[in-house]
Design a protein around this ligand. Structure first.
Ligand code: FES
Length: 345
C-alpha cells in the first residue's frame, strides 16, 4: 500500500487478492539492514521520491511489481512503501512518500528528516500484490496509490500486453510521475478531481472480460467502488492493495469473543488469548518473537502457518481461497473458531 502512502496511508497499503508464492509465503529473499538515501526528489505536491542504495554497497534483493518494503523509523514505527523504480535494478530501490498531515506521523517524519545522504532501516521486499499474467490489464490508481502500478505498467508494456490506466487525484499537481505515465499516450487517462470530478469507473472498466485483470490501488473509497463495480467479474479478476484495513470484519460467531488457547508448537508452549488481546500480542508476551508491522491485517508481516484449528479470519489481505485453505493466518487481527489453534511458531 503501498505505496504506499496515499490517502490514509500513513498506514500504508497493503493489499488483498494477493496470491502467495508457491512456497506459501509472500516473503522472498528478505533484506534487513540500512540503506542510504542517494537522491530525494519532489515528484508531486507533498510527494517525495527516495532513491535508496544498500549502505553496505551490496546488491539489493530482486523484487517483482507490487512489492513493498518496510521502513523502520527511529520512532519505532514501521511503514510500508511500494517499490516504484525499475524492477531489474538491484543497485537501487525507489519509493515515493506522500506527506500525510492527518496520519500517524510516519510520513511526516520521513518528509521532515530524511535527506540525501541520510540512512534508513528497511526490510523486505514482500509482495502482497503480485501482477499475474494476462492478455489485458486495466489499472486504476488513486493518489499515491499509483506507486505499485508503475512497475506493473512497465512489465505489462514489456510483455506487449494490452493495458490502460485510469489515474485520479485531487489536482494535477498532486499527482506523481505524470510525465513518465503520459509518455504512454492514450493508454493513460489522467483525471484530477478538480477538473473531472469522480473517476468514470463504469466507462473505464466496462463489462466483465475473462481475458482482463484489474489492478487498483488508492484510497478506500476508490477501491470499494472498483470492487463494487466488478462484483460480477470472474473470481480473482480484481486485485487491490489497500492503505488501511477494510471495514472491520465481524467475529464469525459469539465464541470468537471468548478466550482462545493457542499452542505454539515449535516453541513448546501454549498461551491463552483473552478477548481484546490479539494473538500477536499474546505470542509476544510469551517471549516468542514474531515479525509484525501494521497490526491491522493489511501488510502480511505477521502471516503464520496454522497447523490445527479453524481460523476466524479478520484481515484485509488474504483471498477467499486462502482463507478457505485455513493453513495460514494474520495473527495481528485474526482469531479462532472453536477456541483453539496450533501455530507453527
Ligand atoms: S498483517 Fe500487518 S502486522 Fe499483521
Amino acid at each position: 500500500m503501498t505505496s504506499p502512502s496515499a490517502t490514509a496511508p500513513d498506514t500504508h497499503p497493503l493489499g488483498s487478492a494477493a496470491a502467495a508464492t508457491p512456497s506459501g509465503t509472500r516473503r522472498g529473499t528478505e533484506f534487513e539492514g540500512t540503506v542510504t538515501v542517494l537522491a530525494r526528489q519532489a515528484v508531486g505536491d507533498d510527494v517525495v521520491a527516495l532513491k535508496l542504495v544498500a549502505s553496505s554497497g551490496e546488491p539489493l534483493p530482486v523484487w517483482q511489481p507490487g512489492a513493498h518494503i518496510d521502513v523502520v523509523l527511529p520512532t519505532g514505527a514501521t511503514r510500508q512503501y511500494s517499490l516504484c523504480g525499475p524492477v531489474g535494478d538491484t543497485a537501487h530501490w525507489q519509493v515515493a512518500v506522500l506527506r500525510e498531515p492527518d496520519g500517524r506521523g510516519g510520513s511526516q517524519w520521513i518528509h521532515d528528516h530524511v535527506e540525501e545522504g541520510g540512512e534508513l532501516r528497511v526490510r523486505g521486499p514482500r509482495n502482497n500484490f503480485p501482477l499475474r499474467p494476462a492478455a489485458r490489464y486495466l489499472f486504476v490508481g488513486g493518489g499515491i496509490g499509483i506507486t505499485p502500478l508503475l512497475p506493473m505498467i512497465a512489465e505489462a508494456d514489456a510483455a506487449m500486453a494490452e493495458w490502460s490506466l485510469l489515474y485520479g487525484g485531487r489536482t494535477r499537481s498532486s499527482m506523481a510521475f505524470l510525465a513518465e505515465l503520459e509518455s504512454h499516450g492514450e493508454r493513460v487517462a489522467v483525471r484530477p478531481q478538480d477538473k473531472h470530478g469522480l473517476l468514470d469507473l463504469a466507462g473505464f472498466l466496462g463489462d466483465p472480460d475473462p481475458s482482463t485483470l484489474v489492478y487498483c490501488c488508492g484510497p478506500a473509497g476508490l477501491i470499494d467502488a472498483v470492487e463494487a463495480h466488478c462484483a460480477d467479474w470472474p473470481a480473482g479478476a480484481v486485485n487491490v492493495e489497500r492503505f488501511a484495513a477494510a471495514a472491520v470484519r465481524q467475529p464469525a460467531d459469539d465464541a470468537a469473543e471468548q478466550p482462545i488457547e493457542v499452542e505454539l508448537r515449535a516453541s513448546g508452549t501454549t498461551v491463552t488469548v483473552p478477548p481484546g488481546l490479539s494473538v500477536l500480542k499474546a505470542v509476544e508476551q510469551a517471549g516468542v518473537p514474531v515479525l509484525s508491522s501494521c497490526e491491522e491485517g493489511i501488510c502480511g508481516s505477521c502471516e503464520t502457518s496454522v497447523l490445527e484449528g479453524e481460523v476466524d479470519h479478520r484481515d484485509s489481505l488474504l483471498t477467499e481461497d486462502e482463507r478457505a485453505a485455513n493453513d495460514t493466518m494474520l495473527i495481528c487481527v485474526s482469531r479462532a473458531r472453536g477456541g483453539r489453534l496450533v501455530l507453527d511458531l
